[in-house]
Design a protein around this ligand. Structure first.
Ligand code: ZN
Length: 61
């Protein structure tokens, strides 16, 4: 399943830096820059977040 940025709806690329919020929405860091820090669960490249939170990848099947 392709995951899109919750803000600009562009497809996320492995090397994109993304922010994960508490609703499991992913945004580019530059799209989510105004997120309240309390809502931010994690920050990293999309690749790293995907590997860390496997539920993103397992919905494919
Ligand atoms: Zn974006």
């Amino acid at each position: 399943m392709a995951i899109r940025c919750g803000d600009c709806y562009s497809l996320l690329e492995d090397q994109d830096h993304v922010v994960l919020d508490e609703f499991n929405t992913l945004r580019h860091t530059y799209c989510g820059y105004d997120l309240v820090s309390e809502l931010v669960q994690d920050v990293g490249t999309y690749k790293n977040i995907k590997e860390k939170y496997q539920f993103f990848g397992e919905e494919v099947k």
